[in-house]
Design a protein around this ligand. Structure first.
Ligand code: 0GY
Length: 294
């Protein structure tokens, strides 16, 4: 009997993805993925807003090898709250092929941050998406930044366009590198050269801001396999900021409601947004290596 029952409308990750035809360059990093539990080993947090199916470290490593990815950046999922045990367990077993981005509270001990650093943690995630968390006041996040800055860590931000409009100055005052999940979740029904995405591009033009051009599956209205409506957005970011873009699968794809993406298709999407070998090498290898392995 499993310790947790997944949500009734939960969509499970695809256990049988397509073998991609795009061959990822050696050293490719999947810079955005998660693990869920397993719930009977690493319990989900009481304050979570969803209960997923399990997605273990062994399953993550199997997908990594199947897709031709070399390394992973595991990002703390909100269903685990500020208990990073499952993520740290991945780092302990990854043979230096994984890094982590954790969620912590302001009262975290510096010694615990240092232990996490030893294991491969390089950032904290601040999440503003209200269906996932209850966002905290600025001072809460600022006191965390004061603790992580000496370690050379960065902040990963998950927000939507309205949050950027409200919090832009605060984000830029943090004084550490910023990595934005999923291009700040643009509404791809709006024009790529319209005010909403231009506001994101203006933010991303700051030298401390990096962008994950991930999750076409989450943003698209037109859908797989081409995700044609997301391509102009991601391609603009890749071509405008080629040295500060990252790619990731987002496996095991929490909270998908319509269809679960095929991770092989997500690999085959890469050449449509990074159209030359030079751009692909930066996106997949050089940029994440600079941020997480140097
Ligand atoms: C993602 C996106 C989502 C969930 C989380 O931590 C999370 O629970 O990030 C989402 O539901 O949009 O990046 O996996």
């Amino acid at each position: 009997m499993a310790a947790f029952t997944k949500d009734a409308d939960w969509l499970d990750w695809d256990p049988d993805p397509t073998k991609p035809s795009f061959v990822l360059p050696p050293g490719t990093v999947d810079a955005h993925c998660h693990v869920f539990g397993p719930g009977d080993v690493f319990p989900f947090a009481p304050e979570r807003k969803y209960t997923p199916c399990d997605a273990s470290r062994e399953q993550l490593f199997a997908l990594r090898d199947f897709l031709g990815v070399e390394r992973n950046v595991v990002v703390q999922a909100t269903c685990h709250g500020a208990d990073n045990s499952a993520l740290l367990d991945v780092l302990e077993h990854a043979d230096d092929r994984a890094r982590g981005v954790v969620t912590v509270r302001p009262d975290i001990e510096v010694a615990e941050l240092e232990r996490m650093h030893e294991l491969g943690v390089r950032g904290v995630r601040f999440n503003y998406v209200k269906r996932l968390v209850d966002p905290k006041p600025d001072d809460y996040y600022r006191s965390i930044v004061e603790k992580i800055a000496p370690l050379g860590w960065h902040v990963v931000l998950y927000f939507e366009p309205a949050d950027l409009a409200a919090k832009r100055d605060f984000f830029l005052s943090l004084g550490v590198p910023i990595v934005v999940d999923h291009m700040g979740r643009p509404d791809v029904a709006k024009p790529v050269d319209g005010p909403e995405f231009q506001a994101y591009l203006d933010f991303a033009s700051r030298p401390e801001v990096w962008t994950k051009v991930s999750c076409p599956d989450r943003l698209s209205v037109s859908g797989s396999p081409a995700y044609a409506d997301v391509v102009p957005f991601a391609r603009t970011v890749v071509e405008t900021f080629p040295d500060r873009v990252l790619w990731g699968t987002d496996w095991p794809h929490p909270n998908m409601k319509r269809e679960m993406p095929d991770d092989g298709v997500l690999v085959d999407y890469v050449p449509s947004i990074a159209t030359t070998p030079t751009l692909q090498e930066k996106l997949l290898v050089a940029n994440p290596t600079t941020l997480y392995w140097s």
